[in-house]
Design a protein around this ligand. Structure first.
Ligand SMILES: [Zn+2]
Length: 216
């Protein structure tokens, strides 16, 4: 498939997932400059104040190149970014000694899935599963379409916006388990907390979370 790969590189030259500049070497996905300069959360990668969640870890801050990259991932069909992000996420998971029995994700609604063609958080969950050797399963469905959280004004509105939007679709697999919940971005944490609340109601022993980025 080398010829095919080369042809693809010619048609779609590999670009850095963050700054979007051309890469000399495909297969890496991130340029050296970004690797050193990305807004890493470092020692602050774990957040513990989110309701129903033991700890939420994120390797990057949601700003500049990271924001633009995630925008292409969510809205620009750059599904291949999932594998690149997962590499950073695994590092945060390891550093914070997050353990789990099952990986799941905060799903998009069926309406959103139809228009976008993929669920970005599911892609992240599957990539993490492959790297950590832990099963990734659908445990939640979004039963109500909600306006994007970015369009809400404050934390109270965000909580209200997602209340009752999710339900656990597999209580049997959830009961007694330590669950790692995956999402792309955490801002106020309302979405993750609401998802975790439903998992706990279905009997989850513990819920931790991981995202690509979080607000500083
Ligand atoms: Zn770059």
């Amino acid at each position: 498939m080398k010829l095919f790969d080369n042809l693809l590189d010619l048609l779609y030259p590999p670009r850095c997932a963050f700054c979007h500049r051309l890469l000399r070497n495909s297969g890496e996905g991130v340029c050296k400059d970004c690797l050193t300069k990305l807004p890493y959360t470092g020692d602050c990668s774990a957040q513990t104040g989110l309701k129903h969640i033991k700890s939420c870890v994120s390797p990057l801050y949601y700003e500049n190149n990271v924001r633009e990259s995630l925008h292409r991932f969510k809205f620009g069909q750059r599904t291949g970014y999932a594998g690149i992000y997962a590499g950073f996420m695994v590092k945060s998971i390891d550093e914070n000694e997050i353990s789990c029995d099952i990986i799941t994700w905060a799903p998009v609604s069926r309406q959103r899935l139809r228009s976008r063609g993929y669920d970005q958080s599911e892609l992240l969950g599957r990539e993490l599963s492959a790297r950590l050797g832990i099963a990734c399963m659908r445990l939640l469905v979004k039963q109500r379409h909600t306006p994007p959280q970015s369009r809400t004004k404050n934390a109270a509105q965000r909580r209200e916006n997602v209340k009752g939007a999710y339900r656990c679709c597999d209580p049997e697999a959830t009961r007694g388990k330590k669950i790692l919940l995956v999402d792309d971005i955490v801002t106020s944490g309302s979405t993750l907390s609401e998802c975790a609340r439903m998992l706990k109601e279905a009997g989850a022993a513990e819920v931790s979370a991981v995202t690509v980025a979080r607000k500083r």
